[in-house]
Design a protein around this ligand. Structure first.
Ligand SMILES: C[S@@+](CC[C@H](N)C(=O)[O-])C[C@H]1O[C@@H](n2cnc3c(N)ncnc32)[C@H](O)[C@@H]1O
Length: 275
């Protein structure tokens, strides 16, 4: 290689390129809209966003085209997901549903406050979108109503529908599990919040029977509850995806191996905390 003398221009001291790892953006609490009948971002919402942040490289590599949140509430989670993904595909489309009209309106405001376009639909689970988005959702996020309550509180008008989860807190969760296969694309990923009382290992078993792999992406205890985020993906024969994701946590097999331990921790309730 021939070395040439630098021109006058290049002799000037050059600014050094500073390579920094960019801090991923999430929704700003002060830009999250609110309404008395809408669930405010809370520990469970933050746990879900933390799980998305922890898995952001997998999410970005996924190059998602369609993302959906079921039960969007204030819009904090879907807006954060959109911001986390903003550095990959600018044409990614974001959808959100809620059974509560005020929540849909609040999500529209929150996403607009962050410069995000999100299509929000008032519907039960995702019923109005199921045909349109059949097998095309690349990222599905859900923080469902998971608190064990009397069955007649499930789906009640207003804020009660935010937490009322019926028997074992599983009524709405089980309805959502039933539509994951219908919605998720071949490489699609689902992230769902669950409470220890919802029996996360049984949720994983239900999904396993439907052909999905799963793992606990993140878990955290608060004074009141022990929460986790379960990640689901379509199981492939090669276990390719399973291998891909193990860098951020244990695979289902690894996790199931520890189920008695996890369950016993959860049964003890608030005695332990690993947040
Ligand atoms: C625990 S809040 C979560 C809100 C928001 N995603 C967050 O993490 O802050 C649950 C949300 O699910 C909504 N929801 C309850 N039942 C639903 C159903 N059957 N279909 C759609 N949304 C539902 C509630 O209105 C509420 O906004």
């Amino acid at each position: 290689m021939e070395l040439t003398s630098p021109s006058e221009e290049t002799k000037k001291p050059q600014k050094k390129a500073v390579i920094t790892e960019s801090v991923p953006k999430i929704a700003k609490i002060q830009l999250v809209s609110s309404h008395p009948e809408v669930y405010e971002p809370c520990d469970d919402s933050f746990l879900l966003v933390d799980a998305l942040l922890a898995d952001r490289l997998n999410l970005i590599n996924q190059n998602p085209k369609f993302c959906l949140e079921i039960g969007c509430g204030s819009g904090y989670v879907i807006t954060s997901l959109a911001l986390i993904l903003s550095q990959c595909n600018p044409s990614t489309q974001f959808f959100a549903t809620d059974i509560n009209l005020h929540a849909a309106q609040t999500t529209l405001q929150t996403s607009a406050n962050h410069g995000i376009h999100c299509e929000v639909v008032v519907t039960d689970i995702a019923s109005c979108l199921q045909k349109r988005l059949q097998k095309s959702i690349d990222v599905l996020v859900v923080n469902p109503p998971y608190v064990p309550t009397p069955e007649d509180e499930v789906g009640a008008v207003g804020i009660v529908s935010s937490w009322a989860g019926g028997f074992n807190g599983r009524t709405v969760i089980d309805k959502i599990l039933d539509v994951v296969d219908e919605l998720l694309s071949t490489n699609g990923l689902t992230y769902m919040v669950a409470l220890s009382e919802n029996d996360p290992s049984e949720i994983c078993q239900v999904m396993r029977e439907k052909g999905f792999g799963s793992k606990i992406a993140l878990q955290r205890s608060t004074e009141e509850e022990r929460l986790c985020v379960i990640k689901f993906w379509r199981e492939r024969e090669t276990n390719e995806v399973d291998r891909e994701i193990t860098d951020n946590g244990s695979s289902l097999n690894g996790w199931l191996g520890r189920v008695p331990f996890v369950n016993s921790l959860w049964k003890k309730g608030n005695e332990t905390s690993n947040s």
